[in-house]
Design a protein around this ligand. Sequence first.
Ligand SMILES: Nc1ncnc2c1ncn2[C@@H]1O[C@H](COP(=O)(O)OP(=O)(O)OP(=O)(O)O)[C@@H](O)[C@H]1O
Ligand SMILES: [Mg+2]
Length: 335
Amino acid sequence: MTPPLLSIENLSVTLPVRGTHRTVIHRVDLTVPAGTAVGLVGESGSGKSMTARAILRLLPRGAAVTGEVRLDGRDITRAGAAELRRLRSRDVAMVFQDPRAHINPVRTIGDFLTEALITARGVRPRAAEATVTALLHDVGIPDAARRMRQRPPELSGGLLQRVMIAAALAGEPRLLVADEPTTALDVTTQSEVMAIIEEARAERGLAMLFITHDLPLAAAVCDRIAVMYAGTVAEELPAAHLHGRARHPYTRALLASRPDPTDTTQRLRAIPGRPLSAFEAPPGCPFAARCAHPQEICHAERPAPRAAEDSLVACHFPEAPGAAVLSGDRSDTHD
Ligand SMILES: Nc1ncnc2c1ncn2[C@@H]1O[C@H](COP(=O)(O)OP(=O)(O)OP(=O)(O)O)[C@@H](O)[C@H]1O
Ligand SMILES: [Mg+2]
């Protein structure tokens, strides 16, 4: 059997903080088959970005990684510097939330875009310029020649994010890791940038790991969804089942805290308590303190992910698919 394009197995990451090591990712398993899109959702601090960065080892200094990250079945967690450079310039490309933090403000857009092609791929400058012009056209920037002479501060956030997508596509990657690529943009620009990503994926058969806070957006653009909580994957399921068949109380609570435009009678329910980071998680289920109906075992034993139909759920008492989104009285908050 052909291995999936990306498979993350038992991944844990610790970061040094004031003399100790803090766990930020705890035993994450995740698979992205070629050409598919997997959404990584969850509250702030749940470990979405660290999981994405661990793939290409773009982690803070002193980070310790255990487990495996396989690309086409080959473990890349111990890749040397040259192999990592090759992976970053070819197989896997990243797009981040804030393009300005990832681009040198004093160099021209043209230099930024052509550099990787010239240095990493040995493309001649003229040919690199032609490639980049075509890519800019693909991401909706028609006046490429003028834009290439400009510097990042002269471009709006939306235009700059298009430039970053063009840069990501330049290496002809097979996997795009997009970490909240539209969060910093206004609503109109957000949908334009998402449309560009979708079009680029469709044309190139590109796989994507898509990180977002926006559950409906994740459900709309992804094939599968992984819901992270406290550095672990709480539930992983087909995107089409997110609304009707989610079984983890955390997934249900996240859905209930979002407005449903088709239901005018619905009241939003905030999830009680605050999200935990992995290093704060007590023994037992990390969500137990915020769950509507925790049992004794939930506080004592961490639930292992269990297969249910075509999903995985890490819960001792997964809710029945199709039941009311939230059962129990959520008004008695825990904090
Ligand atoms: N440089 C760092 N040093 C120490 N801890 C960090 C560092 N960066 C992130 N963390 C911690 O790692 C955990 C996971 O963070 P991560 O950035 O992956 O969350 P996230 O799910 O991407 O959140 P957000 O939605 O806010 O982007 C958090 O507890 C965070 O505080
Ligand atoms: Mg993040």
